[in-house]
Design a protein around this ligand. Structure first.
Ligand SMILES: C[S@@+](CC[C@H](N)C(=O)[O-])C[C@H]1O[C@@H](n2cnc3c(N)ncnc32)[C@H](O)[C@@H]1O
Length: 278
């Protein structure tokens, strides 16, 4: 995360307001700094932690691994493997990333394979002898290209390989600000328009069970009730892309509860949700 020299006094003022327990003032300081210069990743990170307190997305990823103990875990977009380090030792990992950083499997406690290609290339020729083709996945984490069109394609491709009772986690579905959540990247801190997948699935796939954990930095959506035989999204793909292309992110930034099916950032709440949807 890059920090500008000008961020230091802002973050000091912010921390002083937090020590005084004045969250409103603290948020105002960060937002004012972003008005002056909209591309300040360190300020965005502080704002995200203020906006979504509690466990962050990596905490939740580890939590789902422990709860679900997936036999096969699929991850799209692994980068350096920070998330792969949270896998349970008995899982089998299928990792996909066209530009991994170093060896992402190095810190991973489980066995697995890394496919250095885009998710689209991988799913166009899934190795027929792979565990994914033979038994499907139990837990998948989609965290690759954060543009809605790609997230939609990733979800369509992933769902085809879901085992019974599988779960999909989608990263970056809770936009922090409008400038960090459009389809074109203009800031260091960026979650893209991946968030559109939630209203899209909600509208078109009422058979799915969906909730979004308001966890920093930009949310984690949990989906189950997957149907590998469903062809609806694939058949309507072009119309969906068109329909969601111009959906403004302000709506999701200002009204996340209504649009993104927010749950609670609380393991007890999630336990109840899981018991209800399983
Ligand atoms: C935010 S990083 C992933 C971080 C990682 N999941 C974690 O939590 O530590 C996004 C990664 O997605 C990869 N990526 C970008 N486009 C992709 C695509 N089309 N298919 C698969 N991975 C992609 C990038 O190379 C990058 O390493």
């Amino acid at each position: 995360m890059s920090m500008l020299a000008a961020d230091v006094p802002v973050l000091r003022q912010f921390q002083r307001a937090m020590v005084q327990d004045d969250r409103e003032k603290a948020e105002g300081i960060l937002r004012q700094a972003l008005v002056q210069e909209p591309n300040r990743p360190a300020i965005h990170v502080a704002l995200a932690r203020l906006r979504w307190p509690g466990p962050d997305y990596l905490h939740w990823l580890a939590w789902f691994h422990r709860q679900l103990q997936p036999a096969v875990y699929l991850e799209i977009g692994v980068e350096s493997g920070k998330s792969l380090a949270l896998v349970q030792p008995r899982s089998h990992v299928i990792a996909i990333d066209p530009a991994p950083v170093g060896n992402p499997l190095q810190a991973c406690p489980a066995k697995g394979e890394l496919f250095c290609q885009t998710s689209a290339a991988f799913f166009s020729h899934v190795p027929p002898d792979s565990l994914l083709a033979r038994s499907g996945f139990d837990l998948a984490f989609i965290d690759g290209d954060h543009r809605f069109d790609t997230v939609l394609d990733d979800f369509i491709a992933v769902e085809k390989h879901a085992s019974a009772n599988a779960f999909v986690l989608l990263h970056d579905t809770l936009p922090l600000t409008a400038s960090t959540s459009g389809s074109i990247r203009a800031t260091g801190f960026y979650s893209g328009d991946a968030w559109k997948i939630v209203p899209c699935l909600r509208a078109l796939r009422p058979d799915l069970r969906i909730t979004t954990v308001p966890a920093a930095p930009t949310g984690l959506t949990v989906i189950t009730g997957l149907n590998p035989g469903s062809t609806l999204l694939r058949e309507q793909r072009d119309a969906i892309r068109q329909a969601y292309a111009d959906l403004p992110s302000e709506m999701a930034v200002d009204h996340p509860h209504a649009l993104l099916m927010l749950g609670r950032n609380d393991p007890a709440w999630m336990q109840d949700w899981l018991a209800h949807v399983r």
